[in-house]
Design a protein around this ligand. Structure first.
Ligand code: FAD
Length: 633
């Protein structure tokens, strides 16, 4: 007996991070019966880990800030590959979404005159990040959950049941979307705690499952990021774009293994920390690219002078953009000059008095002491690049977050287009609010509309029964592969062959290895029963990671240029022709991927006029450039 529990909703939201919660609130506010499903505990999502803040052109810290400036920064950060309509909606609506959060009870840090305080961040022209100390994500989740409880209390008063129109299913993982005649009909999954199966009949599903970091060996992401939403969308017939763009943060912890990849904030370098190799050399001086040479110091004494007298000194090369630093560290390690645990040394202990380090970097001090038994006031840290964020995701309509499968919507990190080839810090939290809300509204409207599928009871039962049988296969004893072994092989493949620096032949090798892993993953064994069996959970998530890895690798091999989060050793330059191309990935029934080229939407002339012609000429082809004294000059 597979014992499948069945539920019926108007809108099912998969994921309870910022995007999922905001979507669920919007759908419920439209009066729709809404379910929110999360495979982690309610309240644990990547959103909760976000520190720096949420970007929104409120103009509180600098009145010159306005949405067009935020738009321009976002397009620059994404190297002109962003979906311009998404970047516009995001910049226009982020302030309203932040104020709404405040209205719902979020306690942001304040300016002296009592408005929401805003901090500086990389790539943002003005101080723009609304924040709550270094715990902004926690406050965002707390506020959205509080809003959900308020709506449930309203339903308790009106209908006698707090869950009448909004119910949370925590520790429940969705493994399959149900479609009927090409439309969404529901979702199937299991409860992690007892292994019981659940199926949701629903005309509209919002994917808000976050990212894919666990496909890589070293990542700042936690266990939930197995690319489930990306894979579910592909298998339901939707497409992904920009999958070749993966953001690597230069400094994550490398030791001990249990904490490898955990972020080490950029502030360590901003406050004077320097990078050294095993020979004690400050190697970043060897990696200043020509385009930056005039802005960065050539000697250690010049670099050191910058901290106290920036007007008369050039910046230390440790503060080059993140992708440059990540590539340099990667190269030092590859050439045998790494630290004992495969990173490099980041040293602040010889640069600042212990007291000062404890005052400026309290959480880093605590993190290294607790997790690695390293006292950063007395010894160097070992750090290396870590997979942090995926720019690629479900191709959606900018206004509605609709995928090209009727009834399927996607918002947050699982959606693609908004960030182009590289996301600016702070632009994710605001993205979640803007597009989470839009997805919830559009899903609610669809659930009401004439386009929704007829009730697909039979299709739902059929898929549920098949999915349950498939899931139970893994529990059978004997013979099959160990999911943990395959996962480790997958992570090594992606880290070593499709990581920060990519080369054609290595990616071709990765594709062959992924094919073999794909075959082997069909005969996994996770002996035991259905009650909290982590091996079984991994066996169910592994095919998703393999599919997403295939999408990343195929797109990365195809794109013969370097841009943002995609660096090709064999094609180091950025190409204006490639800027016009989005690579779209689809999958067949056997999880094999195919690629198609789609034109990137044009930036409307009025918004193109925000940029100088000289800057545009670095990105656009000659024919795309506005005239010398053109209409928008
Ligand atoms: P998440 O918040 O990760 O939520 C995903 C949800 O989906 C979870 O509830 C998960 O359980 C659920 N889920 C996944 N798969 C399934 C499934 N199969 N079935 C059911 N549920 C599923 N961004 C910023 O803008 N500013 C910052 O300061 C910042 N700092 C960061 C610091 C760290 C350490 C990290 C890792 C990221 C940071 N980011 C920051 C990025 C940002 O936090 C994330 O991109 C964002 O929170 C993603 O939100 P989301 O709603 O898309 O997904």
């Amino acid at each position: 007996d597979t014992g499948i529990t069945r539920y019926t909703y108007d809108v099912v939201v998969i994921g309870a991070g910022g995007a999922g919660l905001r979507a669920a609130i919007a759908a419920r506010e439209q009066g729709k019966r809404t379910a929110v499903i999360s495979k982690s505990l309610f309240g644990k999502a990547h959103t909760v880990m976000a520190e720096g803040g949420a970007a929104a052109a409120l103009g509180n810290a600098n009145p010159s800030d306005a949405w067009p400036v935020h738009f321009r920064d976002t397009i620059r950060g994404g190297k002109f590959l962003n979906d311009p309509r998404m970047a516009e909606l995001h910049a226009r609506e982020a302030p309203e979404r932040i104020l709404e959060l405040e209205h719902w009870g979020a306690l942001f840090d304040r300016t002296a005159d009592g408005r929401i305080s805003q901090r500086n961040f990389g790539g943002h022209e003005y101080p723009r990040l609304a924040h709550v100390g270094d715990r902004t994500g926690l406050e965002m989740i707390r506020t959205l959950q509080q809003r959900i409880v308020a709506l449930q209390q309203a339903d308790a008063a009106e209908l006698g049941d707090p869950e009448a129109r909004l119910r949370v299913f925590a520790e429940t993982a969705v493994t399959e979307l149900v479609t009927d005649g090409g439309r969404i009909a529901g979702a199937f999954g299991y409860r992690r705690a007892d292994g019981g199966f659940v199926v949701f009949e629903a005309p509209a599903v919002v994917l808000a499952t976050g990212g894919i970091g666990k496909a890589f060996r070293t990542t700042s992401n936690s266990w939930e990021y197995t690319g489930d939403g990306h894979a579910l969308a592909l298998r339901a017939g939707a497409s992904l774009i920009n999958m070749e763009f993966v953001q690597f943060h230069p400094t994550g912890m490398v030791w001990p293994p249990s904490v490898k990849g955990i972020l080490v904030t950029e502030s360590v370098r901003g406050d004077g920390g320097v990078l050294r190799n095993s020979e004690g050399r400050r190697f970043m001086f060897d990696y200043v690219p020509d385009v930056f040479r005039s802005q960065y110091a050539e000697t250690e004494s010049e670099a050191d002078g910058w901290y106290d007298d920036p007007a008369n000194h050039r910046r230390p090369p440790e503060l080059l953009p993140r992708d440059e630093v990540a590539r340099a560290i990667n190269n030092e390690v590859k050439e045998g000059r790494g630290s004992p645990h495969g990173g490099v040394f980041l040293d602040v202990s010889t640069r600042l008095p212990a007291e000062e380090i404890r005052r400026r970097l309290p959480s880093m001090h605590h993190q290294f002491k607790e997790l690695a038994d390293v006292d950063i006031t007395a010894e160097p840290m070992e750090v290396g690049p870590t997979c942090h964020y995926v720019m690629g995701g479900v191709r959606v309509d900018a206004d509605t977050a609709a995928s090209d499968v009727p009834g399927l919507y996607a918002a947050g990190e699982v959606a693609g287009g908004m960030h182009g080839s590289n996301r600016l810090g702070g632009n994710s939290l605001s993205d979640l609010l803007v597009f989470g809300r839009r997805a919830g509204l559009a899903a609610a409207a669809y659930a009401d509309g004439p386009g929704r599928g007829a009730v697909a009871g039979e299709a739902v039962d059929r898929v549920a029964a098949a999915s349950a049988r498939y899931a139970l296969e893994f529990l059978k004893q004997g013979g099959g592969e160990n999911p943990y072994t395959l996962h480790a092989e997958l992570q090594d493949t992606m880290n070593d062959l499709v990581g920060i620096i990519r080369r054609g032949p290595e990616m071709a090798e990765a594709i062959a290895r992924l094919d073999s892993l794909g075959e082997r993953s069909s005969v996994l064994s996770a002996p035991g029963d259905r009650v909290y069996n982590p091996g079984w959970h991994l066996a169910l998530a592994l095919p998703n990671m393999i599919l997403v890895s295939r999408a990343i690798t195929a797109a990365a091999l195809e794109r013969e240029e370097s841009r943002g989060g995609h660096t090709r050793d064999d094609f180091p330059a950025m190409s204006a022709e490639w800027r016009r191309v989005n690579l779209e990935v689809r999958a067949d029934r056997a999880d094999r991927v195919t690629l198609a080229r789609r034109p990137v939407a044009d930036i409307p002339a009025a918004l193109l006029a925000l940029f100088e012609r000289e800057e545009l000429s670095k990105y656009l082809t000659e024919e795309e450039l506005p005239g010398q004294d053109g209409a928008d000059a």
